[in-house]
Write a protein that binds this ligand. Structure first.
Ligand SMILES: Cc1cc2nc3c(=O)[nH]c(=O)nc-3n(C[C@H](O)[C@H](O)[C@H](O)COP(=O)(O)OP(=O)(O)OC[C@H]3O[C@@H](n4cnc5c(N)ncnc54)[C@H](O)[C@@H]3O)c2cc1C
Length: 300
């Protein structure tokens, strides 16, 4: 195994670190180590990495900003890929934004706004990457990134670069049908032409709404559960009297019932226990089966 990792480390355009703690790369600030974390700068390096991983049957997964994942305390086997440099570029033209999958969503919204492109303001304050946003179909309750998506580039596990349309990808509420073995490489989004000030004003409104209704600035992963049909998970959890419930360092936020906060020193196990307990209580009291919005990954 060590030899493969050394081979990966030697690929041009790759920087690698063994046994990197995922708690350093997730917004919950929990999660054990991955065998190898690699920062990949360009498409050639990504192809060589995937080819090598395939030859050695090494599992690979892409990680964006780790703001929608709960990584278990035992970490993740195999290679965790971070897309940087060529994959983090953002270009604006007309009403379009072309961004690498590793680009920050905040910077993408900012680029759109300053270029007089409206329609992406609802993504302001979501702390992910463009790739992570498309895979999770991030957005507000009513507007999702898929509604602004024109085209997406992926590298499949057989190393084919494909261009796909939203219609190919089975998007739904916080869901995409993007194959788990594919790496999203870049995304083309469309907004509409507008005054810079108008877009800035809308972004500020979204950010203010977040500041007043969400525990921003804490170690969280945003909403834990999807909203059940015609209801809000936060409302149900609040109604069940579960705000402020704790397991070790994990707490259901007093500000928003659908957010779990790592108040300091929580383990992934504690967060998961609190989530499961909440789900069970809501099921028992209201007969509502809350579905997870966050991705739980890794080994115990
Ligand atoms: C404070 C806060 C506020 C939030 N608010 C919102 C909100 O309003 N709306 C919302 O929808 N979400 C929200 N979230 C959740 C999260 O920010 C979004 O889901 C975000 O889009 C995830 O992006 P990421 O880059 O962090 O993805 P990650 O968490 O790193 O990854 C998410 C999934 O995508 C996969 N993935 C990531 N990049 C790629 C790639 N290039 N190719 C293939 N697979 C990939 C990962 O393997 C994983 O399965 C919030 C989170 C926080 C902490």
């Amino acid at each position: 195994m060590t030899d493969v990792f050394e081979e990966i480390d030697q690929i041009a355009g790759i920087a690698a670190r063994k046994d990197e703690l995922l708690s350093l790369h997730t917004s919950f600030a929990v999660g054990g180590p991955c065998d190898l974390m690699v920062w990949v700068s360009d498409i050639d390096a990504l192809k060589r990495l995937l080819a090598l991983a395939k030859t050695h049957s090494l599992p690979v997964m892409a990680l964006g900003n780790g703001s929608n994942v709960l990584v278990r305390d035992g970490g993740v086997g195999g290679v965790v890929i971070r897309l940087v440099d060529d994959f983090a570029t953002i270009e604006a033209e007309g009403e379009h934004i072309h961004a690498g999958a590793g680009a920050s969503l905040a910077e993408t919204v900012s680029k759109a706004t300053s270029s007089g492109i409206g329609g992406l303001e609802f993504l302001a304050g979501i702390p992910g990457t463009v790739g992570g946003a498309v895979v999770t179909n991030a957005g507000s309750r009513d507007v999702w990134v898929s509604s602004r998506l024109v085209e997406l580039g992926v590298l499949t596990d057989d190393l084919t670069a494909r261009r796909l349309s939203p219609g190919d990808l089975g998007f739904g509420y916080r869901h995409s049908g993007i194959d788990k073995t594919w790496i999203v490489t870049d995304v083309l989004l469309a907004g509409y032409r507008c005054e810079v000030e108008e877009a800035r004003h809308k972004v500020e409104e979204y950010l203010n709404m977040r500041r007043t209704t969400q525990p921003t600035g804490e170690n969280t992963a945003g909403c834990v559960f999807k909203n059940p049909p015609d209801d809000a998970a936060g409302r149900v959890i609040d109604h069940a009297g579960l705000k402020g419930s704790r397991k070790g360092g994990a707490e259901i936020s007093m500000i928003h019932g659908n957010w779990v906060v790592n108040t300091g020193g929580a383990t992934a196990g504690e967060i998961l226990d609190l989530i499961n307990e909440t789900r069970d209580k809501v099921q028992d009291e209201y007969g509502i089966d809350l579905e997870l919005e966050i991705n739980v990954i890794g080994r115990d």
